[in-house]
Design a protein around this ligand. Structure first.
Ligand SMILES: *[C@@H]1O[C@H](CO)[C@@H](O)[C@H](O)[C@H]1NC(C)=O
Ligand SMILES: *[C@@H]1O[C@H](CO)[C@@H](O)[C@H](O)[C@H]1NC(C)=O
Ligand SMILES: CC(=O)N[C@H]1CO[C@H](CO)[C@@H](O)[C@@H]1O
Ligand SMILES: CC(=O)N[C@H]1CO[C@H](CO)[C@@H](O)[C@@H]1O
Length: 407
């Protein structure tokens, strides 16, 4: 059935994912005029292939003079690193610069400290919202471009702000940094990154046996609760995916904790087996989920009445969606929808049902439950997202951190 036809584009993409979670630091050094130097942690832009085309940036090493956005028009930046704080970023300029393939030595984007997990969110809510949108737009741009120079992210701190102020002062005096005029230099001494053979997909599962008074618990029906834990973002080390899909994982762990308490006592043990799955490869069409499901023996697969997949449920606004690929009239879908609707009503929330058929010949698997559907197991995804995300969209980008969702 479905699986014998493996979509080629998807496989190609996965096989060419690169190892990118390497923490480097940038050395900021004064040239000639002073001898100060500072080291700042930096996070490199991701690199990956999709259907044979390269995206992100394959470059890592840097050794160029630094400049701010205040450079004179027409100046050659091919041996210059532009340092741009997010709050000053002109996205139109960056987009044009990238699309026109203008030469640049490198790009360093300074993220506000609020993004880092050390500081809380004491900035204004709307300032935060503005930054979030700007960062999302920048991230989309970078992730979908092929950039021929190194791109790094760093968090602002006093040290780098002082350096930036100095650089700006120089630039405003019309003295861009060069070997002869002095100024600052950015140095990242590293070798160029290598491709990793192929990523390992690791799924984690848990099991609670239901209570069957007469006979084998294996004969009971099973309900699966599933959440995917992988993220994808412009800087992998910064893509924690608090909402997408940290929120689903947190909910799953809490559900597992509560049910393991209930199931530890025969009086409160349900007549369902419960299967918990933490799956990998979510951003890549839920490939880990596919691997997990295929590892089931037939009896287990057939015992599953339905699976509920949890995805991006961390910041919803009074409304959650149940996405399904079986028709709403299906008995299990009805049961899931009615069950959740009843609970929602008590909590004064709303749940809506969205039905979208799967297309077996399309390599794109937008929702986790679709992997179940492809194997004819009834499933639904519970999410705050009402619209089906595109590939690599809503997969835990740079702004998807706790501080952005704490208001
Ligand atoms: C942003 O960049 C664009 C393109 O370079 C430019 O036309 C525009 O004036 C800039 N906006 C601001 C606010 O600097
Ligand atoms: C299913 O997907 C294939 C491949 O992407 C596409 O050519 C076809 O039009 C799709 N069918 C439907 C009914 O959407
Ligand atoms: C496209 C695709 O399906 N890629 C991989 C997903 O995972 C399976 C294992 O379950 C691999 O065999 C595929 O290559
Ligand atoms: C990183 C990411 O895409 N997060 C998503 C989490 O959910 C919110 C709210 O629905 C979306 O706006 C984000 O895109």
């Amino acid at each position: 059935m479905a699986n014998s036809k493996k979509p080629g584009g998807l496989r190609e993409m996965l096989e060419s994912m690169y190892s990118v979670i390497a923490l480097l630091f940038i050395l900021v050094a004064c040239v000639e005029l002073c001898d100060a130097a500072a080291a700042v942690d930096v996070y490199r832009l991701i690199q990956y292939d999709m259907s044979g085309s390269p995206f992100g940036s394959r470059f890592a090493a840097l050794n160029h003079h630094a400049a701010s956005l205040h450079f004179p028009p027409g100046v050659d930046l091919s041996r210059t690193v532009l340092i741009i704080p997010l709050r000053e970023l002109n996205i139109t300029f960056v987009r044009e610069y990238i699309n026109q393939k203008n030469p640049l030595g490198g790009l360093l984007v300074l993220l506000p400290e609020v993004l880092s997990f050390k500081t809380g969110g004491n900035k204004q809510v709307h300032e935060k919202e503005k930054m979030k949108n700007l960062l999302a737009e920048l991230e989309r741009l970078l992730v979908h471009s092929n950039i021929p120079y190194p791109v790094y992210f760093a968090f602002e701190n006093d040290e780098i702000d002082t350096v930036l102020a100095d650089i700006k002062k120089n630039d405003l005096m019309g003295q861009p940094a060069t070997a002869t005029t002095g100024g600052y230099k950015f140095v990242i001494p590293t070798t160029e990154p290598k491709k990793v053979a192929s990523p390992t997909m690791t799924n984690i599962q848990g099991w609670l046996s239901g209570l069957k008074t007469d006979g084998d618990a294996n004969q009971l029906p099973t309900i699966a609760i599933v959440a995917s834990y992988d993220t994808f973002g412009a800087a992998p080390a910064l893509s924690v995916g608090s909402n997408s899909n940290g929120s689903g994982i947190v909910a799953l762990l809490e559900i597992a904790r509560l049910f393991s308490l209930l199931y530890s006592n025969p009086k409160t043990r349900g007549r369902y087996n419960l299967l918990f799955g933490l799956t990998s490869g979510g951003p890549y069409n839920y490939n880990g989920t596919q691997k997990w499901l295929r590892s089931f023996d037939q009896r287990l697969r057939e015992s599953i009445d339905y699976a509920i997949c949890l995805n991006s449920i961390g910041s919803w606004d009074n409304e959650l969606w149940i996405h399904v690929s079986k028709p709403p009239e299906n008995a299990y879908i009805k049961q899931i929808f009615e069950g959740l609707s009843n609970v929602a009503e008590e909590l004064d929330l709303k749940v809506g049902l969205k039905h979208k058929k799967i297309n077996i010949s399309n390599p794109r698997v937008a929702w986790e439950h679709e992997q179940f559907s492809r194997l004819r197991v009834t499933a639904a995804t519970l999410s705050e997202l009402s619209v089906t995300p595109e590939l690599l969209e809503s997969t835990g980008g740079l702004f998807d951190t706790r501080s952005y969702f704490q208001i």
